[in-house]
Write a protein that binds this ligand. Structure first.
Ligand code: PMP
Length: 411
């Protein structure tokens, strides 16, 4: 990978290289929601649209063949990126939320029964809570939670209390979208397998920031979204061990996912086709391959190192601001996300004032209401970092918060 030069990285992002009304440069600190796209990814989408757009799957003409080739290449690239055993174990989906619903209904719906337990954590995104709640209702299984330590890590000392022979699925985020907490995936997988459970990883937040290896971590299912890894919206990824995908039922039925259709019944194709009913978001899926290629070009380790330096700087400067509360663990246990509150300032007011300085953050419960209940607040303001953020962005955040303190006359 080439040497990491943040100014050069940033120059690849058209949205970040414009002047906002008022003459400010954008300080984009909401990549945890959706990352910006480098020119390479935008160009790839245009290339497909302008040069060979067609539906996928064996059109006997040049456009169709090219689309198939590009989709295969994207699938191969993603498989390599997460170290999947084969490309056939990577299916394109509509996103993390859609994929977690597929697994809960399609695998959980097949195997769970009354008395079984589903184990998640207190820091999950609603996308990794609600599908399991629905599964529990349908199967009369019980949903349980791994508790957190006071500083927002998984309380591994209490894992035995909740991970038992009754547990059939452990579904956990690899990185919290609020606390930034990085969870010990390999250890959790081993512990889950010890009791005969499978492990399902919500990697939506982790894939852009740290290396993913489904084989070394022994992961059964792993899911993520294109739009958080510098790619388009509307597309995500399902990875599964071959055996898991074989035994998992599809939840969308129709074209392409079948083997043979008779008037009264059908047989299904093997993965990945089994999970790709209908027309895929073709352009977007191809562009996710390009986004992953872009990340690989920089090196996910180099991106991680860069972001952790920004995180350390932001964490230490924000900690010194009077009245500031930062939620979650210290920087050694988290990725580059900071959620905070300042005194009694409402997180939305804070975000709105930061925006007056061109500093774009997100406020609210970030789709983690149970976590916010635990934190005892209804909302936080969140700054999340990506490869294109600079030390100047951190300075802008700190200065904008100081500006907010003065504007709001916080003591
Ligand atoms: N899980 C986590 C940890 C997330 O951060 C998000 C996005 N905020 C999701 C799931 C849902 O992803 P999507 O909206 O792309 O389906």
């Amino acid at each position: 990978s080439r040497a990491f030069n943040v100014e050069s990285v940033r120059s690849e992002f058209p949205t970040l290289n414009q002047t906002l009304d008022g003459g400010m440069q954008p300080v984009f600190l909401d990549s945890g929601a959706s990352a910006q796209k480098p020119q390479l990814v935008i160009d790839k989408e245009r290339e497909v649209e302008e040069q060979y757009y067609a539906n996928a799957h064996r059109g006997r003409y040049s456009f169709g063949a090219r689309v198939d080739e590009e989709l295969d290449a994207a699938r191969d690239r993603i498989a390599g990126f997460i170290n999947s055993e084969t490309s056939a174990q990577v299916a394109f989906t509509a996103g993390t939320t859609a994929t977690l619903n597929m697994i809960a209904a399609g695998w959980g719906g097949r195997f769970l029964k009354s008395g079984d337990e589903i184990l998640i954590t207190e820091m999950e995104h609603h996308a990794n809570i609600v599908p399991w709640q629905q599964l529990a209702i349908r199967t009369r299984a019980t949903l349980r939670y791994i508790p957190l330590t006071p500083d927002g890590r998984l309380d591994m000392d209490r894992l035995d209390e909740v991970l038992t022979a009754k547990t059939k699925v452990l579904a956990v985020t690899a990185m919290s979208n609020v606390l930034g907490t990085v969870t010990p995936i390999a250890e959790l997988a081993a512990r889950a397998h010890d009791v005969g459970a499978i492990i399902c990883i919500d990697a939506a937040q982790s894939v852009p920031h740290m290396a993913t290896d489904v084989q070394s971590d022994d992961i059964d299912f792993l899911v993520f979204s294109g739009h958080k890894i510098y790619g388009p919206t509307g597309v995500g990824v399902l990875y599964g061990k071959a055996e898991r995908l074989d035994e998992m039922d599809p939840i969308l039925f129709g074209g392409h996912m079948i083997d043979r259709v008779y008037k009264d019944h059908s047989t299904f194709a093997a993965a990945p086709a089994k999970f790709e009913a209908g027309t895929l978001p073709i352009v977007q899926a191809i562009a996710v391959g390009t986004a992953v290629e872009w990340v690989q070009g920089l090196g996910v380790a180099a991106i991680h190192q860069h972001e952790q330096l920004l995180l350390e700087s932001a964490y230490s400067q924000l900690s010194q601001i009077p009245g500031m509360t930062i939620y979650g663990p210290d920087v050694s246990h988290r990725g580059a996300i900071l959620s905070f509150r300042m005194a009694d300032v409402h997180p939305e007011d804070l975000a709105a004032i930061l925006d007056r300085r061109g500093v774009m953050t997100r406020h609210g419960h970030h789709c983690t209401m149970p976590l916010h209940d635990l934190l005892g607040v209804s909302a936080t303001t969140r700054a999340s970092f990506a490869a294109y953020n600079t030390a100047a962005d951190v300075t802008a955040l700190v200065e904008a918060i100081e500006f907010a303190r003065r504007t709001l006359r916080v003591a």
